[in-house]
Design a protein around this ligand. Structure first.
Ligand SMILES: C[S@@+](CC[C@H](N)C(=O)[O-])C[C@H]1O[C@@H](n2cnc3c(N)ncnc32)[C@H](O)[C@@H]1O
Length: 313
């Protein structure tokens, strides 16, 4: 922290920033979130306003620079997470950049759903190979590695910039031994795990067994024509490749339905996040594919259909 100001000056700055947030219909909580990231204050000091009495508060920027940064939030609508380069997701502080989607709170549930699916299986899926396809910041892969302590995790993304951010997060959080990142389209970097076997190894003798215990993906699923109507923070700043699911939003999901049976061993888990309202269509795609069973639509906490779970026959 190379700069300092008085508590009184920071308090004035904070009040002004809150007014600007209200005028721009941005949550005032973001002001304190920014201050926690760029000053030596914690949330309690801000909530109790005890900092006002301090003669010196240390900051990463001077107050003019902080004002410029806040303007980028209120006027240019750049997401705060991109401005500070980090976001909180589950128990992790993750690096983010405009090359990756900002991991969403609702995506936290995909991990809980995966763990429940493991518990409900008669096979021991917790020790196998799991994949996170379209890993972005690496959020899902990291949470999987922490929860499934004996599993080996592979994570792919077509974006080399996303892979670089994911690698930073994986290294910083201590999962480099557990998660292997691979750049490429969906399953392509995982061709070595493709197989023909009917059961988990080693049951199928001469043929190559399919080896994957679980596939998780939060793929792009927003219909192309909806993207320009989303809030500017998303439409203008989050990567199109992370959002755009093609004409009906289902391009990537359709591909994952068709391709996963070549990789998942019998009883393996197929679990994706999708947009509310896509559940019935995804369920139909899985049924028509013919290699899945126990297909379930799972709602989020608000009761919207946001996930689909299936098991490889
Ligand atoms: C909705 S974002 C999800 C990111 C992260 N898993 C999360 O939940 O925050 C979708 C991700 O899929 C990646 N992606 C898009 N097309 C892909 C492809 N053909 N192969 C692999 N990844 C792809 C994007 O780069 C992006 O990181």
């Amino acid at each position: 922290m190379s700069f300092s100001c008085s508590g009184k000056d920071l308090s004035l700055w904070r009040e002004q920033a809150k007014q600007q947030a209200i005028a721009a219909s941005i949550s005032v909580k973001e002001v304190d979130w920014l201050l926690i990231e760029v000053t030596d204050l914690d949330s309690l000091a801000l909530r109790l306003e005890s900092f006002k009495q301090r003669s010196q508060i240390f900051l990463k920027y001077d107050l003019d620079q902080l004002t410029q940064l806040w303007r980028k939030r209120t006027q240019n609508r750049i997401p705060l997470q991109y401005l500070i380069g980090q976001t909180h997701w589950r128990s992790y502080l993750l690096n983010v950049s405009p090359a990756v989607l900002i991991p969403r709170p609702e995506t936290e549930l995909i991990i809980d759903n995966a763990l429940k699916a493991v518990q409900n299986s008669s096979l021991d899926l917790s020790t196998g190979i799991w994949v996170d396809l379209g890993t972005g910041s690496g959020a899902i892969a990291i949470a999987l590695a922490e929860s499934l302590t004996k599993a080996k995790i592979y994570a792919t993304d077509t974006s080399s910039e996303a892979i670089a951010i994911a690698q930073e997060n994986i290294n910083r959080l201590g999962f480099a031994e557990r998660i292997q990142l691979l750049q490429g389209s969906w399953w392509t970097p995982l061709e070595a795990f493709k197989g023909e076997g009917l059961s988990p190894p080693p049951a199928c003798g001469a043929c190559t067994p399919r080896q994957i215990s679980g596939m998780i993906s939060n793929p792009p699923y927003i219909p192309s024509q909806i993207i320009p109507t989303l809030q500017p923070e998303v439409a203008a700043y989050e990567p199109k490749i992370a959002l755009d699911g093609g004409e009906d939003g289902l391009d990537a999901i359709r591909y994952l339905v068709q391709s996963a049976p070549d990789y998942l061993h019998s009883g393996g888990i197929w679990l994706i996040e999708m947009m509310a309202g896509q559940g019935e269509q995804v369920m139909r795609l899985l049924e028509e594919q013919g290699n899945y069973c126990n297909i379930q639509i799972i709602n989020d906490l608000a009761g919207f259909d946001r996930f689909v779970l299936a098991y490889r026959r």
